[in-house]
Design a protein around this ligand. Structure first.
Ligand code: COA
Length: 404
């Protein structure tokens, strides 16, 4: 079947393109939803699939820069709002949307595309590889003692959105070089998305807290409070952290102590933590975090030389890989990848892998050894896995602080 896929040219088309995904979220798709969404996406980066006159599906891409190992950023597409109406599933519309979207991303100069997958079974066929793990916690407040207690010296102020929109972005930007997987945020993104109440839950305020040390902004938290009372009259409420960022270890310790000491709660929850969060070492009883791990972001490499040049390698040298890429065959073939970049080669392949596997190791979230243990890649030349891992190794796990 040939499918008609087009870029949107108006906010009204964008609204129709959002119909499919909103159907699954159970939201009625109002014109103001598209107006709001148009503040974050270039309208023409929303693609819609049509069957005759009907728009049956859509797929969008945010224009992001993503942080990579070593502290640089690369142009990256943040793939979002992918959906095909339930009446038209399994007719190839998603495949056509993905093909057109990746072509468009490549033409725009994105080194890669990345996304949060609603289901882990959808995107591997399009070359996306699982690239990070993400954690969630539910910590009983009474078990939140630190292993090494300290005397806090910072002050925390609750701020209005206008002040947060000035003070939070510079702190977030200082986190970017420290964590692969984060993306740059526009001012509109901050003001109308990250700091604004959720349109689906407008009555729950997002609370905005700014930590200061020596009179300087040193961290921030965005959180909601859900209050509940046990029949006996004590609080069983929870503090739900949406984002807590502090670019220094001292700021992080101060911010977390403040959050964990919140009155009238019995637990602190946070649904999106890196798997190597400092709380594991700050807390005396890390197991009381009740930490759950799942897949995080998925990475699809598009421009191998650009993506390779941007990231830092932990050693000098290269590995020769035989790359399979069924969905974008132009990437397939033999590549020498390492500290001098990525280039085509005729040298003998040392590792055989799919482009999705390279996406898995790109940010340092998985190693070649992990992929071998899972029977995902082959190592025709013994020792290549070890050499590859010495190159791609990072000291921090990738993390994206926000589902998009
Ligand atoms: C997921 C979704 C977009 C798929 O759209 P679609 O148009 O039915 O997909 P296609 O017809 O192009 O399917 C392509 C292939 O992927 C497979 N596939 C599609 N959705 C899948 C899923 N959820 N799980 C496993 N496989 C899936 C199809 O079986 C097909 O495989 P085949 O080529 O071997 O036959 C659609 O079902 C949907 O909107 N789901 C709910 C919303 C959602 O999850 N969106 C993704 C947000 S991240």
């Amino acid at each position: 079947m040939t499918v008609d896929v087009r870029a949107c040219s108006s906010v009204e088309e964008l609204r129709q393109g959002l119909d499919a995904i909103n159907h699954y979220f159970g939201h009625r798709n109002e014109p103001e939803d598209a107006e709001r969404f148009a503040q974050w996406i270039d309208v023409e980066r929303m693609l819609v699939a049509r069957d005759g006159d009907r728009i049956v599906g859509g797929a969008g891409a945010f224009t992001f820069s993503m942080s990579v190992p070593g502290g640089e950023t690369v142009p990256a597409a943040g793939v979002t709002v992918v959906g095909v109406l339930p009446s038209d599933r399994r007719r190839g519309f998603l495949t056509a949307l993905m093909r057109a979207q990746l072509d468009d991303c490549r033409a725009r100069g994105d080194a890669l595309a990345y996304l949060w997958a609603s289901e882990a079974t959808i995107y591997g066929r399009f070359g996306y590889g699982i690239a990070s793990r993400a954690g969630s916690m539910k910590l009983a407040r009474e078990r939140s003692t630190f292993a090494r207690p300290f005397e806090p010296r910072g002050t925390v102020r609750l701020v209005e959105p206008e002040e947060a929109a000035r003070e939070f972005p510079p702190l977030y930007e200082r986190m970017l070089p420290q964590r692969p997987g984060l993306f740059t945020r526009t001012q509109a993104w901050w003001e109308t998305r990250r700091l604004a109440p959720s349109p689906w839950d407008p009555r729950t305020p997002k609370n905005l807290a700014l930590l200061e040390l020596d009179g300087e902004a040193a961290g921030y938290a965005i959180y909601t409070v859900k209050q509940e009372w046990a029949p006996g009259g004590y609080s069983t409420g929870s503090l739900n952290v949406l984002e807590a960022m502090a670019p220094t270890p001292e700021g992080s310790r101060e911010l977390w102590r403040w959050l964990l000491d919140f009155d009238w709660t019995s637990q602190i929850s946070y649904d999106l933590l890196p798997v190597d969060h400092p709380l594991f070492l700050l807390l005396a009883e890390p197991r009381r975090m009740d930490f759950q791990v799942g897949d995080g972001i998925w990475v699809r490499l598009l421009d191998l030389p650009a993506a390779t040049a941007a990231r830092e390698f932990a050693a000098e040298g290269a590995v020769v890989v035989e790359l399979a890429d069924a969905f974008r065959p132009e990437n397939a073939g033999r590549w020498r990848i390492g500290s001098d970049g990525a280039e085509r080669t005729d040298a003998a392949a040392e590792l055989e892998l799919d482009v999705a596997d390279l996406g898995s190791v790109y940010l340092g979230g998985f190693s070649f050894a992990d992929l071998v243990r899972a029977s995902r890649i082959r190592e025709p030349v013994p020792g290549a896995v070890e050499r590859g891992d010495a190159l791609f190794r990072t000291t921090v796990q990738p993390w994206c602080a926000e589902v998009f």
